[in-house]
Design a protein around this ligand. Sequence first.
Ligand SMILES: [Zn+2]
Ligand SMILES: [Zn+2]
Ligand SMILES: [Zn+2]
Length: 257
Amino acid sequence: MIKAKVLGSGDSAGIPVLGCQCLTCKSLGVRKLRPSIAVFTGQNWFTIDCGPDFKEQTLTYDFSNFVGVCFTHAHLDHILGVPELRDVARKQNRRLTVYLTKETHEMLLKRFPDRISLNSLNDDVEKLACVLINPFEDFIVGSVTITPVLLRHGAQKTTGFRIGDFAYCTDANFIPEETLDRLVNLKNLILDGGWNKNSKDHFGIKDAVLVGEKLRVKNLYLTHIGHEFDFESFARIAPSWVSILEDNQEIEIDLAR
Ligand SMILES: [Zn+2]
Ligand SMILES: [Zn+2]
Ligand SMILES: [Zn+2]
């Protein structure tokens, strides 16, 4: 069985926010790590993004069949776990593979110049083997076909990933028409929706729900949830098919879309 496991459903700060005394951080007991999921293909596993909580999120996982990471974009809450990958690669004594667009590759190269390589012949295990991907051009990890789709995130482009009847689209405030075409017949969609109102970079609850309605998804899960999220009014107004994504939640993926 193929499944996604949620490693983190929080925003760039996670919940609780360090030093914050607000009701959500202090009293509600909400805990959300930085946004990322793991996908188990049956043969191996990989993550989508690798943020600052990567080590905590994967401490109990078996890395012997870990492939690497598909990156959505290069904002810090999605990439700060990259240095941890060196330890995994050293222990496994093999290079890990990362799948990313040209733009994300350029930004990662600036931030981690000693960790990134495009040269597949490089035998330094500490260098991540980069596979460049293009929006709407399928690629394969293990035996699983993944469709990368283009999302807008303020001035930035991000990549969403569709696998069978499931898609993970974090960090977005607009979905282009050609992407919507690729997201039809989804059962489960994880979508950025962690703001009470639309922001310049992120969907608010209302617009995220509109996307879900337009695509007629069976289940919509909102991610990138911050401590200002209004959990009480969400519980009152959310349609039954929309919920807040939870850390450690598992979602089955059916490849026959
Ligand atoms: Zn983010
Ligand atoms: Zn707070
Ligand atoms: Zn971002």
